[in-house]
Structure formats: C-alpha cells, structure tokens
Design a protein around this ligand. Structure first.
Ligand code: CTP
Ligand code: ZN
Length: 150
C-alpha cells in the first residue's frame, strides 16, 4: 500500500513506528493534553510492513528533546524519531530506553511512600527483559504492564 494517511509536515517532530494503540499514551508522556496549543496530527492502526499495524504522531513547529522522547520507549520500544526541517528529515533515530525515570508512572503499591500524601515524585529503575520492566525506587514493586500505570 502506497498511501499517506496524514500529511507531511514542514517542521517539527514525527514519532513513527509506535505500537498500535499507544499514540494517546505517547501524547500523555510528552505532556500534550487537551489544553495544549501545539498542532498535533495522529494516525492510529495504520498498516506497516515492519509492525503489521502502527501509530504515528506528528508535532508541528517543535523539536522535542531527546531525553523527553526516550521516555516513549517505555511503551513503544521500536519508535523512530524524525526531526523535520523544510520538509526534509534532518535527523532520524530510535528511542533508547531510559534506565531511570521520574514522574511518569505511578507505583501500583498503595502503601508505597510515593502514593502517600507526601510530595514525593515516583521514581523507577527500568530495564528490558523480553518486555519493559520498571521497579519502584522506594518499595521495589515491579511493574510489567507499564501502559496501565501512566
Ligand atoms: N514525514 C513527515 N513530514 C516530512 C517528512 C517525513 O511527516 N516532511 C514523516 C513520514 O510521513 C514518515 C516519517 O516521517 O511517517 C519518516 O519518513 P521517511 O523516512 O520518509 O519514511 P520511511 O522511509 O517509511 O521511514 P522508516 O525508514 O523510518 O520506516
Ligand atoms: Zn513503590
């Protein structure tokens, strides 16, 4: 199939090869919410040779920094980033799973200090073992279905 689902952009960040169905969580990780002013286009469940189906997110007029983009690897380890300028791809790279994350996922352990009334930012150690696994810095609770805790 040779068909463009969403238009090319003049300038900004294209996040491609997102696992099908995860585009909305990608927006959440990037801090893009209903009140945001960025121009964002998105395609969900589009056919992909490599992945069967995939999602795509395009954020116009903004070069999202690499550290921020790497957080996407938590839910979409195969995501590719394309930084676009004057319609041309200036840089293309794969996201890299961060070893440590702060403030993205909530600890599933209700008794964890990060779920108390204390102003404590949740922190997790992260690694890949067949799937992405996160372990709470405070209570050591392991999280496997990370999407459910974002
Ligand atoms: N893209 C865009 N605007 C541009 C250029 C590219 O939105 N001005 C998007 C394309 O639609 C695509 C992604 O950026 O989703 C990567 O573009 P390209 O490298 O041309 O496509 P592929 O070769 O299919 O990418 P890959 O090799 O990463 O699979
Ligand atoms: Zn915890």
């Amino acid at each position: 199939m040779k068909q463009l689902t969403i238009s090319k952009i003049k300038e900004g960040t294209v996040i491609d090869h997102i696992n099908a169905g995860k585009a909305l969580l990608v927006l959440k990780i990037l801090g893009i919410h209903p009140d945001s002013t960025e121009t964002v286009s998105m395609a969900m469940n589009v056919p992909s040779k490599k992945m069967g189906k995939k999602d795509i997110v395009k954020v116009e007029g903004k070069f999202i920094n690499e550290e921020q983009l790497n957080k996407i690897a938590l839910i979409a380890p195969k995501a590719t980033i394309n930084l676009i300028k004057d319609y041309e791809i200036q840089k293309k790279f794969r996201v890299v799973l961060p070893e440590f994350i702060e403030g993205i996922i909530k600890c599933p352990n209700r008794n964890c200090i990060s779920n108390s009334n204390e102003p404590i930012i949740p922190k997790f150690h992260v690694w890949f073992d067949g799937e992405v696994i996160a372990k709470c810095h405070y209570c050591n609770k392991k999280v496997q279905e990370i999407s459910e805790y974002i």
